[in-house]
Design a protein around this ligand. Structure first.
Ligand SMILES: C[S@@+](CC[C@H](N)C(=O)[O-])C[C@H]1O[C@@H](n2cnc3c(N)ncnc32)[C@H](O)[C@@H]1O
Ligand code: SF4
Ligand code: SF4
Length: 366
């Protein structure tokens, strides 16, 4: 794996989970697979090497623009493996590796001790929560299960939502703004918010997309961008305005950054900028996949050849002429080709509203 640098690693701790979310894309793939559950210390050597490669690749970058190497703990439910997280984190620290950490979690096992640990080690805790109607999607609302004072204590809290037939953009944002109001009172800064579309990988609950109101989502994303364009979020004394503005600005930046590129269908950043690694040193094309494509001892050439094979889409039209390609950037490799059409419809509803609003906004500016 020499001679190439990656920005981060997703450490796949296994597929065990303490929840049963109706839409979980892991139901049909990773849940059937037994992942290694014992840490092979070669994995730590490898992360150490990858971090140093990443910093070497930035030697000519001005110091202020340099970025950290990130380690993200992923599952199943990663909090079921809290001791392993501590073991990896402490071993990396002991070796003097410079890195940042994050965890993507359903949050059900969060308690004061874990939050203190994450705060002490500056973790970003990305909590999966689908807004007002989270219970319908996930079977629970984490804010009703875990003491919300514990959640509010997290120093770096991100909320991750999935857009489904139960949870539309406006419902998610309304709930996130309420949570953020309390959070920003405690911390004097905002949460981060990430909202993704539901991915039908063929193994999740199909009903979620069959009844989906694509026009409703399109109109909601159009209106959100238009409200931003009209200056509705300009009063920066309100935390909610800053939260929405930051969210919208990230879309605008992404469009700018991708304006001249044509994405490869199914060829997302996963596996290319991000390494997906299990505890024994197997590498995967996606952290939601259960089929290793390579191992940490293998050559980088073999890795990329296998990644290309895992990502390949041959029977679907290219993304060339698609008007949301700057935001969708080619789609998800976990969606099988036969469900690609549905997938694109969803992407065009969500991102199409933003893009159309940007075009209308542009036309109305001098
Ligand atoms: C697979 S979970 C694993 C981590 C942890 N158990 C959790 O729920 O945060 C990672 C993320 O994928 C999201 N997710 C699950 N199924 C999905 C689907 N079909 N489409 C889009 N996102 C999905 C979850 O909501 C969660 O934010
Ligand atoms: S989305 Fe996360 S919490 Fe829900 S079933 Fe899947 S792995 Fe478990
Ligand atoms: S929505 Fe567009 S950019 Fe995204 S996968 Fe489909 S064709 Fe490609």
């Amino acid at each position: 794996m020499l001679g190439y640098s990656f920005e981060s690693v997703y450490l796949m701790l296994g597929s065990d989970c303490n929840a049963n979310c109706s839409y979980c894309l892991q139901k049909g793939n990773t849940k059937k697979q037994k992942f290694p559950d014992k840490l092979n210390y070669k994995v730590i050597d490898f992360i150490e090497l990858m971090a140093s490669r990443y910093y070497e690749s930035q030697e000519n970058t001005p110091v202020n623009n340099r970025k950290y190497f990130w380690v993200t703990y992923f599952g199943g439910e990663p909090l079921l493996k809290f001791d392993l997280i501590k073991e990896v984190n402490e071993e990396l620290l002991k070796r003097g590796v410079i890195f940042r950490s994050s965890i993507i979690t359903n949050g059900l096992l969060l308690d004061e001790d874990k939050v203190n640990y994450f705060n002490k080690h500056n973790f970003v805790v990305a909590l999966s929560h689908d807004g007002l109607y989270s219970k319908k999607n996930r079977g629970y609302n984490v804010f009703e299960i875990v003491d919300s004072n514990v959640i509010m204590k997290i120093n770096r809290l991100a909320l991750n939502a999935v857009l489904t037939v139960n949870s539309y953009l406006d419902d998610i944002i309304e709930d996130y703004l309420n949570i953020n109001e309390k959070y920003s009172e405690v911390h004097n800064y905002n949460i981060e918010m990430n909202i993704e579309t539901f991915l039908d990988t063929g193994s999740c609950n199909q009903e979620k997309l069959d009844d989906f109101d694509y026009d409703k989502l399109y109109n909601q994303s159009y209106n959100l961008m238009m409200k931003y364009a009209k200056g509705n979020y300009n009063d920066k004394t309100l935390p909610s305005n800053n939260l929405i503005s930051k969210y919208i600005k990230e879309f605008i930046l992404k469009v700018k950054n991708n304006i001249n590129s044509t994405p490869e269908r199914g060829g997302c950043y996963c596996g290319r900028k991000v390494l997906n690694l299990d505890l024994d040193g197997n590498l995967y094309s996606c952290h939601n996949s259960s089929f290793p494509i390579s191992r940490i001892e293998d050559s980088i050439n073999d890795y990329f050849i296998n990644l290309g094979c895992a990502d390949r889409r041959v029977n679907v039209p290219p993304c060339e002429d698609c008007y949301v390609k700057f935001l969708c950037v080619g789609g998800c490799k976990m969606v099988p080709e036969e469900l690609d059409e549905k997938y694109c419809k969803m992407q065009r509803a969500f991102y199409g509203g933003f893009i159309k609003a940007l075009c209308d906004w542009g036309e109305n500016c001098d």
